[in-house]
Design a protein around this ligand. Sequence first.
Ligand code: ADP
Length: 396
Amino acid sequence: MNVLVINCGSSSLKYQLINSDTEEVLAKGLCERIGIDGRLVYQKAGCDKEITEASMPTHKEAIQMVLDALTNDKTGAIASLKEVNAIGHRVVHGGEKFASSVVITDEVIQAVEECNDLAPLHNPANLIGIRVCGELMPGVPQVAVFDTAFHQTMPAKAYLYGLPLEYYKNYKVRRYGFHGTSHSFVSKRAVEFLGLNPEDSKVIVCHLGNGSSISAVVNGKCVDTTMGLTPLEGVVMGTRSGNIDPAIMEFIAKKENLDISQIMNVLNKKSGLFGLSGGLSSDFRDLNEAAEGGNQDAANAIDVLAYGIAKFVGGYVAAMNGVDAIVFTAGIGENAIPVREKVVSYLGYLGVTLDKDANGHRGEEIVISTPDSKVKVAVIPTNEELAICRETVALV
Ligand code: ADP
């Protein structure tokens, strides 16, 4: 069957049409600048990208354009919308209501809406995508795949914060974790690829992209992860600070005369690798080039990142009382050779040894530890769209 995978953001929408039998991507692309002006990027398998500037006042026009492109006489990937058998939506926050993917019903929509205040930028956009697809493709089953669901197996000791308990009881303030679709996909694949026993496996997944999170997975179930109530917590990211002393917020607010939303803007948009490099770039490639050219701030930013990852890995080895495999994924994890090398350099105490030649590869599924390493280290490319497609097929 064909599954349309939709990832709806506030002003953008990414899509892929996947044949679930062959797992081949038939077409993919994105709509950008929805509500501003509008641009559709469409690419049929084996063809060049087509870019169309067109008015997209709302997500409805955007999704209609995607459907028109998919069924276009000349360049379409399918003859008609009858060939779209199911739709899988990425939904960012499922709160405590969703521990797995679900077929979308009116009740599900209402429950997702009730999670809106936990992800006020993302969930409303995801819901728009769901409603518009429902209007434009009535009768086609839709599935919601949540970023938070995989982490719902965390025990209370991992998800509770040291705050007054009523904040958890009244407002559900707790660790949720994100990138769950990727952590689930990569940890499962790690067990297969590395020949681990699914019933007796301890895996640490380092998803390192613009947003980064690390998870500890025992026998396929998440037991801890670095992101929290929001994606701001954890390791240093492209522009997000990750963990800081919370008292810094008041200190800087007074020094710079900023209110709480301005402080949050600094922590989300101006910190992390971007902030540490003095505003040079949030992109690892730029920082690496600058560091190689002698820029000490860029070099420090990369060191802060690698050191922080290594500390979380160490923490999760303790949490799981051991580890069988450490896996790198997403843009930095799959490609940034020096980050992997630096992280592994902290793990000698675990008996980890790096195969430098293997680590020289980019974007490939590969073992990067030596055969005698006590813990396997690997790169496994993530594929969140394929994971959403598989979840959708399993439910419809
Ligand atoms: P997102 O969280 O937006 O999905 P990605 O997973 O695409 O992010 O990761 C983006 C990060 O990956 C950027 O910091 C980028 O510099 C880094 N990256 C992508 N390709 C490479 C590469 N070939 N070498 C080093 N870093 C890379």
